[in-house]
Design a protein around this ligand. Structure first.
Ligand code: PGA
Length: 249
């Protein structure tokens, strides 16, 4: 059975003090629900976040990791280092990583392999640029991103994979994909997974939507058949907005 998940990607926001404050607000506002909640603070605040959320069901997630075991990779963080501070889920392939840090399908394939080899869970992000959509290339672009980085995986790995469709033109722009556009792409992705693997895997994989999700539009987007939750940027930085989005299911 696939899960409903709402994950907050804090990006390069919130220092230690702000991290503590936002987490305590989330704990206070959190209601019992079947939706899995995740937050992704910056690397330096993961340990503190893990400690503060230890007794709760809110998962602490990393925004990135390196694919190597260890070694001369100045400024990078390994899977084992994340696990040592209580982080067992990692976001890979966010469009900002692809765009500003040149992460391509090959690097992301290696990162996904490493995370899964370390028994971590992967939130794999992908999505088309506006030009791709305008030229009606969006299905092909998304298909290639997923195929190139994930379709070599054995079936058994898919229980640890979460997909996140994030059209680049909708991230941080206030311009959300319509619920119909999200549903159309999510159904397409689920069909791809079914064709390459089987329907048991495709029906079980959670597919999140990301890109300007707000309390005002979450219910309609999450109401679509193949949308199993969201990856939230801006609106995850405010406890009330984030909780309102979570409570939209
Ligand atoms: P946004 O970001 O909600 O601010 O558009 C989404 C994301 O980058 O994951």
């Amino acid at each position: 059975m696939r899960k409903n998940i709402v994950a907050g990607n804090w990006k390069m926001n919130n220092d230690l003090a702000a991290t503590k404050t936002l987490i305590s607000e989330l704990i206070e506002l959190k209601k019992t629900s079947n939706t899995e909640i995740m937050i992704a603070p910056t690397f330096v605040n993961l340990l503190e976040a893990s400690k503060l959320l230890k007794e709760t069901s809110i998962k602490v997630v990393s925004q990135n990791m390196h694919y190597a075991e260890s070694g001369a990779f100045t400024g990078e963080i390994s899977a084992k280092m994340l696990k040592a501070v209580g982080v067992n889920t990692v976001i890979l392939g966010h469009s900002e990583r692809r765009e500003y840090f040149n992460e391509d399908d090959l690097i992301l394939k290696e990162k996904a392999d490493k995370a899964l080899q370390e028994s971590m869970e992967v939130i794999f992000c992908f999505g088309e640029q506006l030009d791709d959509r305008n030229s009606e290339n969006h299905f092909k672009v998304v298909e290639n991103q997923i195929k190139n980085a994930l379709f070599h995986l054995p079936s058994s790995s898919w229980k640890s994979v979460i997909l996140a469709y994030e059209p680049v033109w909708a991230i941080g722009t206030g311009q959300t994909a319509s619920p119909e556009q999200a549903q159309e792409m999510h159904a397409y992705i689920r069909k791809l997974v079914a064709e390459h693997y089987n329907t048991s895997i495709s029906e079980d994989v959670s597919i999140l939507y990301g890109g300007s999700v707000k309390p005002e539009n979450a219910e309609e987007i999450f109401g679509k058949l193949d949308v199993d939750g969201g990856l939230i940027g801006g609106a995850a930085l405010d406890a009330k907005s984030f909780m309102a989005i979570i409570n939209s299911f």
